[in-house]
Design a protein around this ligand. Sequence first.
Ligand SMILES: CC(C)(COP(=O)(O)OP(=O)(O)OC[C@H]1O[C@@H](n2cnc3c(N)ncnc32)[C@H](O)[C@@H]1OP(=O)(O)O)[C@@H](O)C(=O)NCCC(=O)NCCS
Length: 376
Amino acid sequence: MHSKLTSSRCIISGTGLFSPTETINNDELVTAFNSHLINQTPDMADEERNKLLSSSAFIEKASGIQSRHVVNKQGIVDSTVMHPVLVERADDELSLQGEMAVAAAKQALKNAGKQAADIDAVIVACSNLQRAYPAIAIEVQAALGIQGFAYDMNVACSSATFGISNAVNSIVAGQAKAVLVINPEICSGHLDFTDRDCHFIFGDACTALVVEHSETVNKTKPAPSFEIVDCQLVTQFSNNIRNNFGFLNRSEENSNPRDKLFMQNGRQVFKEVCPMAAKHIRSQCEQQDLDPSTLKRLWLHQANLSMNELIAKKVLGKAASREQAPVILDQYANTSSAGSIIAFHLHNEGFEAGEFGLICSFGAGYSIGSVLLKAL
Ligand SMILES: CC(C)(COP(=O)(O)OP(=O)(O)OC[C@H]1O[C@@H](n2cnc3c(N)ncnc32)[C@H](O)[C@@H]1OP(=O)(O)O)[C@@H](O)C(=O)NCCC(=O)NCCS
């Protein structure tokens, strides 16, 4: 337990990003999908089958996605496999999620000018955890040589923003001075690459942030500092994005393997989440006496380009430029909770002290988390 610091201003002082080296573009993904379909439907007439084929043109038009990073390409693009193929690791080896997390965390520490000894809490916040326990966060804590406490949490696409909020709460409560929030997202593991409606949606990546008390910030660090002015969280139950994978699957009489992977009603999600997210951000700005049109940047969750353009327009009152609402989903696809943080990590330059920006996630639950930032 630490002595309480004199005020409770919390700062994002550094970020990190781990991107798997392998990438799959839309053409490669579509070739695998279509070959698999042809193999599965030998007796179907070409005319019928052609209606079920996937296409790169559709994917780019419907989502804005062109390519994605993945932890294993070979298995996904092999039409006889259609999922990532990973080697099971021994219990005394660092797990895959742990490895991604350590890589992103080291970069965030470097950018924040911090050592492991300066950190006293680790939160691993993501949509899918590769095991139930021990927590990936505790494994990462040990791998980095961090004292204090660590835990895993999952609020689907909003895991990172809810994680930031938890980090702030721990600092304000005096439980920690500096917290690593890490989002190792292996979304290719929960994606059905044989489902035309969603086979193109996700990619893999890991982001990390150092959230710390203003009094401990390293003045000579390379990364810019952003004060966390306000975190607003909201959830509203919906089955429109759902995955029934869980530890009771073995005990339940349900032979349907499809619902143990990601499922969504994309159109409904689009219709319901866009107004919800825009209203959430506008009401947060109102509470902070801030005109939303003055937000210099919106680092939005990266799932669908039209969705982001619509939300940004509703928030800013006019169409947003790419500088105002950066897009990374074209090269990363939807990386769940990591998406808005990748946008923040890659596009946090050019701020004058006192200017505002906002990170906002939205996704399964539904869950929305928005973090209002002021450049220092
Ligand atoms: C998923 C999403 C990209 C689909 O885009 P859409 O414009 O809604 O497309 P639809 O699913 O309505 O499909 C339109 C048509 O294209 C077809 N189609 C679907 N997938 C296709 C593919 N891969 N290739 C070619 N055609 C396809 C559909 O069958 C449909 O045909 P129809 O009009 O003859 O019925 C979009 O709804 C989305 O991104 N929604 C938000 C999802 C989201 O943010 N989820 C959060 C996840 S965490």
